[in-house]
Design a protein around this ligand. Structure first.
Ligand SMILES: Cc1ncc(C[n+]2csc(CCOP(=O)(O)OP(=O)(O)O)c2C)c(N)n1
Length: 324
């Protein structure tokens, strides 16, 4: 595949840095009690959202799991609205009612944020069915962890998508652990993309730490789906550098393993690649980091200044109004 031009190359680096800094800041805010509830961070996996989402059209749909901040930001959901959602403020992209796990933005066709493991897969199939029935050449892209392969929804969704030849791209972010359960302890076939083939899907696996490799594999996958060739599953091999969520002492994996993966940090790898290609200079990353820092702090200030939902509004959107 052709390398991205210099502007695109820099934009992709910037996108990964935005996701990383935003989430590191969320971890601090969580410890300070500003963010409550659950918080699942994407550190280490940034090359997947940043590698795939910019390749999509505005009319394509995106669905993700509870580890979805990076997908929302890469899709262009406003960072202030995402941070306000973390805070539970009305200015949040889900009016503060969803929190970290339920980011939603119909304007960018970002349909969640889903707390249920594999819960987004049938939704992606439904959106794709609607597109197919209405002759729209859109693609629905669904991001999920490898833990989803243990759920019935995964198998039912892949089967129907293949049976009805629906325009869905399934992206499995295989980070090897479903909370504390290692993939090798729960699945006899650990190559998720091979499982997809048994349902009649085209599929491939890629190094999810390598942004350019992800971008190349996603270009093929999206092209396949958009051309009307049916669904596709792309498995991205990756690793989460942080714990599953903020409540996890990580007793199930040793520090040496984490360090080994951290040595292949997707941001560092990509920066090195761009330096070798002469697409950026030594100071480029630091300049981008300064811009990103300012954007994140503006998002925090926006969230801090936001409004709490008044108590009398708490059942709004939960119950319909009684008929007059
Ligand atoms: C249907 C369902 N079962 C169990 C849970 C509890 N749970 C939350 S996260 C998780 C692990 C999922 O791992 P994976 O799909 O690999 O995603 P990752 O967290 O690694 O990104 C589990 C079992 C849930 N949220 N939904």
């Amino acid at each position: 595949m052709a390398l991205p031009d210099q502007d695109t190359a820099l934009a992709l680096l910037r996108q990964m840095l935005r996701i990383r800094r935003f989430e590191d800041r969320c971890a601090q805010l969580y410890s300070a009690g500003k963010i409550r509830g659950f918080l699942h961070l994407y550190n280490g996996e940034e090359a997947i959202a940043a590698g795939i989402i910019p390749l999509l059209d505005a009319k394509d749909a995106i669905l993700a799991t509870y580890r979805e901040h990076g997908h929302a930001l890469a899709r262009g959901v406003d960072m202030g609205a995402v941070m306000a959602e973390m805070y539970g403020k009305q200015e949040g992209c889900s009016r503060g009612r969803g929190g970290s796990m339920h980011l939603f933005d119909a304007g960018t066709r970002f349909y969640g944020g889903n707390a249920i493991v594999a819960g987004a897969l049938p939704l992606a199939v439904g959106l794709a069915l609607a597109d197919k029935l209405q002759n729209r050449a859109h693609v629905s892209v669904c991001f999920f962890g490898e833990g989803a392969a243990a759920e019935g929804e995964f198998h039912e969704s892949l089967n129907l998508a293949a049976l009805w030849q629906l325009p869905v791209l399934f992206v499995c972010e295989n980070n090897l652990y479903a909370m504390g359960t290692a993939l090798v302890r729960s699945e006899a076939e650990t190559d998720i993309h091979l499982k997809a083939r048994s349902y009649g899907l085209h599929s491939a696996a890629v190094d999810g730490m390598d942004l350019l490799a992800v971008r190349e594999a996603a270009t093929v996958a999206i092209g396949h789906v958009r051309a009307g060739n049916g669904p596709y599953l792309l498995e991205c091999h990756t690793y989460r550098f942080r714990a599953h969520s903020m409540f996890d002492s990580q007793l199930y994996r040793d520090k040496a393993e984490v360090a080994q993966w951290q040595a292949r940090d997707p941001i560092d790898l990509y920066e090195r690649e761009l330096l070798n290609l002469g697409l950026i200079e030594a100071g480029s990353r630091a300049a981008l980091e300064a811009e990103v820092e300012a954007e994140v702090e503006a998002a925090v200030a926006f969230a801090e200044a936001g409004t709490w939902e008044p108590v009398e509004q708490l059942t709004r959107d939960v119950y319909t109004q009684p008929a007059a």
